[in-house]
Design a protein around this ligand. Structure first.
Ligand code: NAD
Length: 358
């Protein structure tokens, strides 16, 4: 298969971590007979320096014309004082909007080798943590009307929470499709005991479930879900939820799995062209020092293969190689532990490549 990948190295540690992910993709291409063509895209601080704009139109076009986008990270102190619309992070928001990615998918997976890094009790962690939160990204209360006014002399703030059934259906489909590609279990999270938008949410999910008889659908109230994630996270496979609930639950979920350098993410819309990036930022404090952990980016590339290119075996091979690297006791500084061997970003890439096989 031939795939065109738009590559945004970005700022800070972005170029270092993306380079390691591309080496891994190149080896996958060689092992499985694929061709990955890369198109460089400038975004963030480096684009401001070069073009005076964090995401020039022609750069966005390269992304929307690609089969998917791999992003390192953007931002840094150098651009902290530039005016709002020209900030590096604005490039990222424009990219998400321009690509129409309405679904953010963040896995919460604990590597058994790193279980000591979780704040949860060992007995809970030992049962395993491996689920994905599918969060609606461009609707709900964050995108409703926000107003504050005086009513009878009392300052009153109103935030509108609105979902229509089409918005719910499109994110629901991502939830079902994701579950289908994993363990086949989908938990729909809402607050249907109080909110109308949640009652509609639940109704649409159940209607959709008739089209996905192979996926087992369950419902959970968001307050209960927040408790269950720390009480017994092993029960979850895929969670699908609205924007604000997903925002809160996905931060809770990433916290229980340990290091920020290990966690990938994907954002998807109506097409298979997705945006794949680690959840961390550009880490200016360690940039250019060969200290960054590239695994979040390498696993983002694996997600790209699994969810946009329909290459589950190739994605499994990458995850196996990362696991073997951890088994053999190698760690970058962010996850370094007693008795382990500390490596840099490039060497981490070398060691994962050595362990990557069909
Ligand atoms: P950060 O995630 O960049 O760094 C937080 C801490 O985690 C730092 O100590 C850093 O060294 C460490 N860290 C992060 N990624 C690591 C990795 N892969 N390996 C080892 N250690 C790692 O967050 P921050 O310092 O708050 O933000 C720095 C810049 O990144 C800011 O300009 C911010 O706006 C930007 N940012 C960008 C994105 C993005 O591009 N998606 C996301 C968040 C923040």
């Amino acid at each position: 298969m031939t795939k065109n990948i738009a590559v945004i190295r970005g700022d800070g540690i972005g170029p270092e971590i993306v380079d390691q992910a591309l080496r891994v993709l190149d080896k996958i291409a060689a092992l499985y007979g694929h061709t990955f063509q890369y198109t460089d895209v400038d975004m963030g601080g480096c684009a401001i320096d070069k073009w005076g704009d964090p995401l020039p139109e022609e750069m966005l076009k390269k992304c929307t014309e690609s089969d998917s986008v791999l992003l390192g990270a953007v931002g840094g102190e150098k651009w902290n004082d530039v005016p709002g619309p020209m900030r590096p992070e604005k490039g990222l928001l424009r990219l998400r909007a321009g690509m129409g990615v309405y679904s953010n998918n963040r896995p919460a997976k604990i590597w058994p080798q790193l279980s000591a890094a979780s704040p949860l009790k060992k007995a809970i962690v030992d049962k395993g943590i491996d689920f994905i939160i599918v969060r609606e990204l461009i609707g709900g209360i964050y995108f409703g009307e926000h107003k504050t006014r005086d009513i009878d002399g009392v300052a009153t703030a109103i935030d509108e929470l609105k979902y229509d059934e089409k918005e719910i259906e499109r994110i629901g489909r991502i939830g079902f499709e994701t579950a289908r590609k994993r363990g086949g279990r989908l938990c729909s999270v809402e607050k249907s005991n109080v909110l109308d938008s949640s009652r509609l949410w639940k109704k649409v999910m159940h209607r959709l479930s008739e089209e996905y008889p192979d996926v087992e659908l369950s419902d959970m109230l968001v307050d209960n879900c927040a408790m269950q994630i720390v009480k017994d996270p092993s029960q979850f496979d895929v969670i699908v939820t609205e924007n604000m609930f997903g925002d809160i639950l996905s931060d809770e979920a990433s916290m229980i799995t340990g290091s920020i350098g290990m966690i990938p993410s994907s954002s998807l819309g109506a097409t298979s062209c997705g945006l794949y990036e680690p959840i961390h930022g550009s880490a200016p404090d360690i940039a250019g020092k060969d200290l960054a952990n590239p695994i979040g980016t390498i696993l983002s590339a694996a997600m790209m293969l699994r969810f946009s290119f329909d290459m589950p075996e190739e994605a499994d091979a990458i995850e196996r190689a990362v696991s073997a690297y951890l088994d053999d006791g190698y760690r970058t500084g962010d996850i370094m532990g007693e008795g382990m061997t500390q490596v840099g970003c490039r060497q981490c890439g070398d060691l994962i490549l050595e362990r990557l096989s069909k």
